[in-house]
Design a binder for this molecule. Structure first.
Ligand SMILES: [Fe+2]
Ligand SMILES: [Fe+2]
Length: 439
């Protein structure tokens, strides 16, 4: 039946969502991305393989970039900023997304990401791109298409990591399956992510099989490497030289590889302060964590390119452990302490590597220096913000740095003579091996 009207009209799919409806949906996506990345960040220390730690850091950064673009777009649509800060009607949904943090085991975490949460987000982004207007909402289309291709890569990585982690600990197979099913059911009970109106369901509370998240005291380490607390003799013995020539090349790559602690601290501090500091903190901390993962990979790749064997390469834990059990402000302080302490050496070392004709070490150190310059700014800014949020003097950030220095020296003084002599043996044989590689 045709309806007569005195106005022009045409039924067009692109008019489906008005400006405010669009903003509501994008806000929902923002909170979903944010919840996932915060949980991913908190899990970095508990997962051993280096490839997963560095991969997670990269995915966290991708999600933070997507979330940031979503948030900016919501404001462009003149959505009231006071409403942006609240989850609003999507509260129950965000609670289910946040529950992945309390996964009972590493495979349960990885596989519920791969098979429940990321696919739900992928499907909603896909539906959104199909149903929204590429004219009026063109700016969203650009970054959401990119996000969709990143999620596809994330899903296959999480699937692969989850399966390999189950293969090493098959005792978790049953509980992982139960957890995935509980999560999927929970998500469907509240209506999923979708692109429809917000569900009126309330969150069901704690999930069966959930294990409340706790920061690990000791970080999991990739078993391919030589496990230790202190990763080079100069850490525990001030008379041991940092080295020159090929020993400096080696030492610098060992340092880069051992920045694995910085990825872990980055992830922990991101999640520890996600609810206290503004969104910009999560965004900066995600980039920071990703940068540290790139520094770690730089070291790994150089060591491998020189033909060295991971089993002979020390991978330590001391910087991570120095702030275990402490207020998480010292995780942030630890990054600030080491970054401000070491940055002055970097341009000199870049020059030295250039003079050795080692363009790879030169290249890595030079990029690292640029990242670290940015991080020193992050450290000072966010330590001050955190102190002021706590009602403390923001200028006391140097006291946090000083306390970190003390935490490290106390921890280093716990090194046992046997530990030091074992470490020196491993270091000498690695130096000898590297020397042989030059011939
Ligand atoms: Fe770094
Ligand atoms: Fe850094």
């Amino acid at each position: 039946m045709s309806h007569t009207s005195e106005f022009l009209s045409s039924a067009q799919a692109r008019a489906r969502w008005m400006r405010v409806d669009t903003a509501q949906l994008l806000k929902r996506f923002f909170f979903c991305e944010r919840a996932l990345l915060v949980s991913e960040a908190s899990w970095i220390p508990a997962i051993a393989p280096l490839e997963i730690k560095t991969g997670l850091a990269r995915f966290i950064w991708q999600s933070a970039e997507t979330a940031d673009a979503l948030r900016k777009r919501v404001f462009e649509l003149r959505f009231p900023s006071r409403l942006m800060e609240e989850q609003g009607a999507d509260h129950a949904l965000i609670e289910v997304f946040s529950a992945v943090k309390d996964s009972p085991s590493v495979p349960a975490f990885l596989l519920s990401m791969a098979e429940v949460f990321l696919p739900a987000l992928r499907d909603s982004f896909q539906e959104y791109l199909e149903a929204s207007d590429s004219i009026a909402d063109g700016p969203t289309h650009r970054f959401l298409s990119l996000a969709l291709s990143e999620i596809a890569e994330q899903i296959s990585a999480f699937e692969k990591w989850g399966e390999s982690s189950l293969a090493t600990c098959p005792e978790f197979r049953e509980s992982t399956l139960a957890w995935k099913q509980a999560m999927a059911k929970h998500l469907s009970d509240i209506g999923g992510v979708g692109v429809g109106p917000s569900s009126s369901a309330t969150a069901a509370g704690p999930l069966p099989g959930a294990k409340p998240y706790a920061i690990p005291d000791n970080p999991a380490r990739d078993s391919r490497f030589w496990p230790c607390r202190f990763y080079w003799p100069d850490v525990v013995d001030p008379t041991y030289p940092y080295g020159e020539g090929f020993q400096l090349q080696l030492r610098s790559a060992i340092s880069h590889l051992n920045e694995v602690w910085a990825i872990e601290n980055g992830g922990l501090m991101l999640s520890a302060f996600a609810e206290i500091l503004p969104w910009e903190w999560v965004h900066d901390a995600a980039r920071w964590t990703y940068d540290e993962s790139r520094h770690c990979r730089m070291g790994y790749e150089r060591l491998m390119a020189w033909g060295l064997n991971p089993a002979e390469i020390p991978l330590g834990t001391y910087i991570y452990c120095s702030s275990s059990g402490e207020d998480p402000i010292y995780r942030l302080g630890m990054l600030y302490f080491f970054e401000t302490k070491n940055i002055r050496h970097k341009p000199t070392r870049t020059q030295l590597f250039h003079s050795y004709g080692d363009s790879l070490s030169e290249h890595d150190m030079d990029f690292d220096w640029a990242d670290e310059t940015m991080h020193a700014g992050y450290g000072k800014h966010w330590l001050k913000e955190l102190l002021s949020t706590r009602g403390e003097d923001p200028e006391a950030y140097d006291q946090v740095r000083y306390h970190c220095e003390k935490l490290v020296s106390t921890y280093v003084s716990s090194a046992t003579p046997a530990e030091v002599s074992d470490l020196k043996k491993v270091a000498s044989s690695l130096i000898a091996k590297a020397k042989r590689q030059m011939k």
